[in-house]
Design a protein around this ligand. Structure first.
Ligand code: HEM
Length: 478
């Protein structure tokens, strides 16, 4: 009998099944692999440097719009030693800042955190942030800031009088910085002794100069000087705080709110926590508002017909107030519709905070793309404000476009979500009051070239917009 040497059929069947299983499994595996979200498109640039030079030495707007054209609304890059994902659309900004805000924490360079003070609210997320934020929001709500109108008006009158009497052209941005600092002091402390105010101002200016300098902590450097001035600021603030505590003054200003705070366990804020928040708020308030004011002066100068229309709107109120002899009321500041639209359009055009930074706290998938844990995430407000899909002919300055409300999430000059700007009403109020007096009482002309933009880091017209101011005939000198 001849032996059958071929394997039994069962072996064939088993082999077939094994192959089939392997095939199915490996297919499944490959499929799973394929489903793993990929990183967004984009370039990571040079090792370590990434694309930092391209961003910082070019107009950042050109950098962003080139990338958006090339890769679409989400792209990756590498800036200042950090991998980043940049997001240029309104839905993405909402995803990061509103609906999934807990997955993205605020992030700042350590050197800046040290300069302002680590307890400032905007470095935090969660309970501490929301507790402090509530205090700030309450003390800067429309209801609370109404009572600052006479104080802001007095500051405006003395500020613009000094411009009219200056024999030289002034640097508009620097002057607006002085003004917005004073308004910040008023909102935080109410009335403050002159001597204390001067000390605060002197040291704050040194901190401000060092804030954007290279962080080398060696004697003589701007950064070192700023750190020393920051220490002195803490001492001055401690003195102010202890005086307030001694006098048991329960004032309703921001300092009062911070001093009266108790959490659910009855714990109050430490002096350091209060000082860090005060300095943080001064920082958040000063350059932003000053940049907005400077751009408004520039846009009004560039559009004489519009300036004339704003003048007529403001003149009515001025005459009703006996040429400024009676103070502005809250209701009057609420009925300046054209001036208000000029402010909104200036905020859109200039997009002072052109983007913000967050950091992913876990791996996040957005629109099929992976944003890995630890990567920086940047919603690009300016690109949303300059997208023709949302703002027709975005390069034209046209306040009347705001007669129709912008589409949701497309107009974000004050950000959105958990960290949106609590000072927006105060900023708009001080701008309205300044424009009211400026257009009624002064004339001006801009001096020198005007076409370039400087970043400090907020956008400012060339050399801070040098301008010469005169008093309008028949207006009150102060
Ligand atoms: C035109 C003027 C201003 C502009 C354009 C502006 C813009 C912004 C933006 C875009 C944010 C959000 C940043 C982010 O999400 O990372 C913000 C936050 C903030 N702003 Fe303003 N701001 C202005 C004036 C002010 C003023 C006058 C104050 C206070 C008196 C202020 C206090 C703050 C604070 C404390 C935060 C942080 C809020 C938080 O983290 O919860 N800002 N601002």
């Amino acid at each position: 009998m001849q032996m059958d040497k071929s394997p039994p059929t069962i072996i064939y069947i088993l082999l077939f099944l094994a192959t089939l299983l392997y095939y199915i499994f490996s297919k499944k595996h490959t499929k799973k692999h394929k489903l793993t979200p990929k990183l967004p498109p984009g370039s990571m640039g040079w090792p370590y440097l990434g694309e930092t030079l391209q961003l910082y030495y070019k107009d950042p707007n050109i950098f962003f719009s080139d990338k958006l054209k090339r890769y679409g609304e989400i792209f990756k890059t590498h800036i200042l030693g950090c991998p980043c994902v940049m997001l240029g659309g309104p839905e993405a900004a909402r995803f990061v800042l509103v609906t999934n805000a807990d997955l993205f924490k605020p992030t700042y360079p350590k050197s800046k955190e040290k300069m302002i003070g680590p307890s400032a609210l905007f470095f935090h997320q969660g309970q501490y942030h929301s507790q402090i934020r509530r205090l700030v929001v309450n003390s800067l709500s429309p209801q609370s800031i109404k009572r600052f109108i006479p104080g802001i008006q007095a500051l405006v009158i003395s500020t613009i009088s000094s411009w009219a009497s200056s024999p030289h052209p002034i640097n508009t941005f620097q002057q607006m910085k002085k003004f917005s600092f004073e308004v910040g002091i008023l909102a935080i402390f109410g009335e403050l002794e002159r001597e204390k105010k001067e000390e605060l101002k002197k040291n704050y200016c040194i901190v401000d100069k060092g804030y954007n300098s290279f962080p080398t902590n060696l004697p003589g450097t701007a950064y070192h000087k700023a750190l020393m001035a920051r220490r002195r600021l803490s001492q001055i603030l401690e003195e102010i705080i202890s005086e307030r505590k001694e006098k048991k003054l329960l004032d309703n200003d921001l300092l009062g709110h911070l001093l009266n705070f108790k959490n659910e366990d009855g714990k109050t804020l430490s002096d350091d926590q209060i000082a860090d928040n005060i300095i943080g708020i001064l920082f958040a308030a000063q350059d932003t508002t000053a940049s907005a004011l400077t751009w408004i002066v520039k846009y009004l100068t560039d559009h004489p017909k519009l300036l004339q229309a704003v003048k007529s709107e403001q003149k009515e109120t001025y005459l009703a107030n006996e040429k400024g002899n009676k103070g502005l009321t809250w209701t009057q500041t609420r009925s300046m519709p054209l001036t208000y639209k000029v402010i909104l359009e200036s905020l859109r055009m200039a997009s002072i905070v052109s983007f913000t930074f967050r950091e992913a706290v876990v791996d996040v998938v957005y629109n099929g793309y992976l944003i890995p844990k630890g990567w920086k995430v940047m919603p690009l407000f300016r690109n949303i404000h300059h997208n023709p899909e949302f703002f027709d002919e975005p390069q034209n300055f046209d306040p009347y476009r705001f007669e129709v409300a912008p589409k949701p999430n497309t107009f974000l000059p004050f950000g959105t979500g958990a960290h949106s700007c609590p000072g927006n009403e105060l900023a708009k109020l001080e701008i309205l009051i300044l424009i009211h007096h400026l257009v009624n009482e002064l004339r001006w002309e801009v001096v020198g070239p005007q076409d370039t933009v400087e970043y400090s880091p907020f956008p400012v017209p060339h050399k801070g917009l040098r301008a010469r101011f005169w008093r309008e005939p028949n207006t009150k000198e102060n």
